[in-house]
Write a protein that binds this ligand. Structure first.
Ligand code: NAI
Ligand code: COI
Ligand code: MG
Length: 368
């Protein structure tokens, strides 16, 4: 039953490209049902980003989109990019990087919990993946994705740069989360080769000693970490890493749960709205065919409710519904199921209704 006072919230939707519009619509429909159940009014407004924005305005992040995002209570994004814009003067991905920077979203949280039913569908051995419960803290507005780029006909460079304050703030966020979890942080870098990684390791070590000595800290090199994540993923709790390593490792760990289509993310700053998106891209190979798994975006909507709107019960309700649907095998083709994007979304909505009906029924029975 509703525990929080009903309220009006402004949510900006950025459907983007490829499967982005399909999965964003799925999450919007789920949020609308949650709004009805709890008496909240979610005002959705759609804005252009990525390739869709380039086609319409010439810019991957139009000013109207930026202004709407910073003024919103929260932002939900589908995905950007696709072969249509490859080789063009402007790239869709520039729009995503620019909105992350404009909103000050320095920490990207990518959680993964592998239930017994997910373990069953994973291509890895059940005994390796069952019970995995980890969260990646990926630094999101620094590193090589944001460094200066140069290009001549026969030479290209991408500068990788990190400052101490950039490393400190994401490190504190990761340690604070570790305090609420199993109390372990694995910081991933390439300190045997890269100067930015040596600075990263120094800063993480100092913040740990000064502020979080009760947390267990280990350092890992990114190349062997890629192997350990597949061989012994249950050993990890909070994984803290820089932008590009976090991007790559989180796609890798999605395999543990059976599909990249399942994983959500929350991009957060110190204040202001967060941006929530699945970890996958625009999946051009399946776009427009009702094939995309909507769960990663639906779970991103749950993170939106929890982190930006502080609606914990409502977030729990979505997560419980998704768990029920996965347990029942009502899944899309990437998990070996027969459902399309729309049918899988309806299954989640039906599960939300069933959970609420059961809760209301128990209350009546209790009162009777
Ligand atoms: N956040 C974003 O907007 C991101 C955008 N991209 C962009 O997406 C485009 C495609 O990139 P890819 O490397 O192919 O990565 P991708 O994540 O779009 O797709 C990789 C594979 O996973 C499958 N897949 C992805 N999402 C799925 C879902 N919801 N349900 C079922 N299967 C799913 C795809 O069909 C494909 O086989 C590129 O233009 C890239 O730059 C890539 C990553 C993140
Ligand atoms: C700019 C994006 C395309 C980077 C990415 O792959 C991601 O954030 O997952
Ligand atoms: Mg990625």
């Amino acid at each position: 039953m509703p525990h929080t006072a009903p309220k009006t919230y402004n949510i900006v939707l950025l459907p983007g490209d490829g499967v982005g519009p399909e999965v964003t619509r799925a999450a919007r429909d789920v949020l609308a049902v949650i709004g009805d159940f709890y008496g909240h009014s979610f005002n959705f407004s759609e804005h252009l980003i990525g390739g869709a924005a380039i086609d319409e305005t010439g810019e991957p992040l139009p000013e109207a989109t930026r202004a709407a995002c910073v003024a919103a209570d929260a932002v939900l994004l589908g995905a950007v990019g696709g072969p249509k814009w490859d080789g063009g003067k402007r790239r869709p991905e520039e729009g995503l990087l620019a909105i992350r920077k404009a909103m000050g979203l320095f920490a990207n949280l990518r959680p993964l919990q592998v239930s017994p039913v997910m373990a069953h569908r994973s291509p890895l051995k059940k005994e390796i993946v069952e019970g995995v419960d980890l969260i990646v803290f990926r630094e999101l507005t620094g590193g090589v994705y944001f460094g200066e780029k140069t290009r001549t006909a026969d030479r290209a460079t991408d500068l990788c740069e990190y400052t101490v304050p950039e490393i400190e703030r994401v490190t504190r966020a990761a340690f604070q989360t570790a305090r609420q979890r199993r109390g372990k942080v694995t910081s991933v870098d390439k300190a045997n080769v890269m100067e930015t990684s040596r600075l990263w390791r120094e800063v993480v070590t100092r913040i740990h000693a000064e502020e979080f000595p009760e947390i267990a800290l280990e350092h890992a090199l990114v190349d062997s970490m890629a192997m350990h994540l597949i061989r012994k993923p249950r050993e990890y709790d909070v994984i803290l890493t820089e932008n590009m390593f976090g991007d790559i490792l989180s796609d890798e760990i999605s395999v543990l749960g059976g599909s990249i289509g399942l994983l959500p993310s929350a991009s957060l700053g110190t204040e202001g709205p967060g941006l929530f998106e699945p970890i996958h891209g625009s999946a051009p190979d399946i776009a427009g065919q009702d094939l995309a798994n909507p769960v990663g975006t639906i779970l991103s909507a749950a993170l939106l409710l929890r982190h930006s709107l502080k609606l914990e019960d409502e977030a729990d309700s979505i997560e419980a519904a998704v768990a029920a649907v996965l347990a029942a095998g009502a899944v899309t083709a990437d998990l070996g199921g027969a459902l399309g994007t729309r049918a899988a979304t309806e299954a989640v909505i039906d599960a939300i209704r069933a959970i609420h009906w059961a809760a209301a029924h128990r209350v009546q029975m209790h009162w009777a």
